[in-house]
Design a protein around this ligand. Structure first.
Ligand code: HEC
Length: 138
C-alpha cells in the first residue's frame, strides 16, 4: 500500500468514531453499523435507495424500508438473509449488488478458519437482516 494512504484500520477508526452515538439508540446496533459501513453507499443512510453511489449504477437501487409492506406486512427474513448472503444464488445476482457472503467469508478466513468464518458470516448477515427488519415502514 502506498505510504501516503493511512492504514485501513485507522480509516475504519475515524469513520467509526462518528457512528457509535447513532448505534447505541438502535435496537440492532451491530447490524446498523454493518449497514452504515457496507450498504448505505448504495441503499442510502435511511434505506430509501438514495445512497451517493446509487445514481452511478445502471440499475435502480431499491429502497429497503418496504420489504415487509410488499410481502403482506410480514418481513421476509429468510429471503432477505439469502439475498444479502448471495451465495445460494437467490437474490439480485448478476447485478451490482455484491455477494456479501463471499466478502465476509474472505475477510474472516485467515483469523477464524473455514468453519469459524462461516459462523461469522452468518452472524453478520443475520444482524444486517434484523437491522433491516427494524427500519420497515407501513
Ligand atoms: C454497489 C451498490 C450496493 C451495495 C453496496 C449494496 N447493495 Fe443491495 N442492492 C443493490 C442493487 C442494485 C439491488 C437491486 C438488484 C436487482 O434488483 O437486481 C440491491 C438489492 C438488495 C436487496 C433486495 C431488495 C428487494 O427489494 O428485494 C436487499 C435486501 C439488499 N440489496 C440489501 C443490501 C445490504 C444489507 C447491503 C450491505 C451489506 C447491500 N444491499 C449493499 C446495490 C447494492
Amino acid at each position: 500500500m502506498p505510504s501516503f494512504l493511512p492504514a485501513p484500520h485507522l480509516v475504519l477508526l475515524v469513520v467509526g468514531l462518528g457512528l457509535p452515538a447513532m448505534a447505541q439508540d438502535a435496537p440492532e446496533p451491530a447490524g446498523q453499523l454493518e449497514y452504515l459501513y457496507n450498504c448505505s453507499a448504495c441503499h442510502g443512510e435511511t434505506g430509501l435507495g438514495d445512497g451517493p453511489i446509487a445514481r452511478y449504477l445502471n440499475v435502480d437501487t431499491p429502497g429497503l424500508t418496504r420489504l415487509a409492506a410488499e410481502n403482506d406486512g410480514v418481513f421476509p427474513l429468510l429471503h432477505v438473509i439469502q439475498v444479502i448472503d448471495g451465495r445460494t444464488g437467490i437474490g439480485p445476482h448478476g447485478t451490482l449488488m455484491p455477494i456479501w457472503g463471499e466478502r465476509f467469508m474472505a475477510s474472516a478466513l485467515d483469523d477464524a478458519g473455514h468453519f469459524g468464518a462461516e459462523v461469522i458470516v452468518r452472524g453478520r448477515v443475520l444482524s444486517l437482516a434484523r437491522y433491516l427488519e427494524t427500519i420497515q415502514e407501513e
